[in-house]
Write a protein that binds this ligand. Sequence first.
Ligand code: LLP
Length: 411
Amino acid sequence: SGGGGPAVRRLADWDGEALLALAGEHETPLYVVDLDRVEENCARLQSAFPDADVRYAMKAHSGAQVLRTVREAGLDAECASAGEVMRALDAGFPGDRVQYTAVNPPARDLDYVVERWREHPGLTVTVGAADTVDRLRDRGFDGRLCIRANPGVGAGHHEKVQTGANAKFGIPIERVPDLAEQWAAEFDLVGVHAHAGSGISGEDLSAHRELVSRMGDLAREVESAVVSLEFVDVGGGFGVPYEEDEPPLDLDAVAEATREALGEVDATLAVEPGRYVVADAGVLLTTVNTVKQARDATVVGVDAGMTTLLRPAMYDAYHAIRNLSAPDAESTPVTVAGPICESADVLCEHRSLSRPRRGHVLAIGNAGAYGYEMSSTYNSRPRPAEVVLSEATVRPSRRRETLTDLTTLDQ
Ligand code: LLP
């Protein structure tokens, strides 16, 4: 591939000593996000899709410093909520580089987005239900509209993240041309959109191709019967390797398959990757506080759990783990568990690690996407801190939540 550095950064590639020093200085649990790597990932996407609009799905990581990096790299912002629209505009994305993808949007979200659209008329709203259009109209919106189609084909790393064929998302693709005709009279109809799901691997490429080809047909139909479109957005979902020996996605091959499946359209191709931009730019550091011999396992208790990184509990997701404090210790099978009172609160089970002891710091890989973002304060556990790295400097990016922060909303 063109610019942008190596296709994948594995947990083993991180400087263990530097991470240990960060854990010492900032305490754990600590997220570390390398903004230089975010930039490289943006550059690789742009070089694979040189004439497409690349929109960052900021639900993967919506921290201000990540957003500014992505904006400076030239990507647009794809937002899933009023809060994300606020963050994108705050981070300096101009309105015409902000897309809001409404999924059963709460009234408060529509109120906010329409208000912001009045100041930033370049903002685009993507709708997945006729109801949403009625509700936008009621609020006086007549701006840039995009229709989300449900293409009937989904893909992704887990059933819970496959959206393309899930009834919750979008308007059945066969109904889109009629609605496009109706809505083009009233709004500035600029695009059509679909998203297959998240964590697409090489094996899912045929599903991706099928989705794109259906979207190409849809765009041609709308363009010939209704109005010429500015873009056809085929969603995000480009996967990254989580297992140490998993090959990286061949992004150039995905781009080529996308182009080929789309066929000739006047509209610009748009893609909305989230995970690909930030996953391998982040690690989570956690400290061992307990080592105990259970009946059938050695349990290693750590200070990060499902409230810090939800993915293992929610999707049985695999994240690489490395013992930074004793890289050369003999390896031993362990279960790494967090401090939350749920049996789902395990980061790995029966995994071979360099023998962890109390006080050791473990690094958890690919934690940049859907890591901090899905954290919570369940069990009244404060959220972790985060620092960003940029050209060999370290900057705080999210303050650690304190116990007293936990009660600030109580009345
Ligand atoms: N566009 C839309 C409309 C989406 O719903 C999503 C993700 C994306 C783009 C970006 O997908 P990505 O490129 O990041 O795969 N929490 C889950 C992932 C949920 C993704 C939801 N939608 C996880 O941790 O695996």
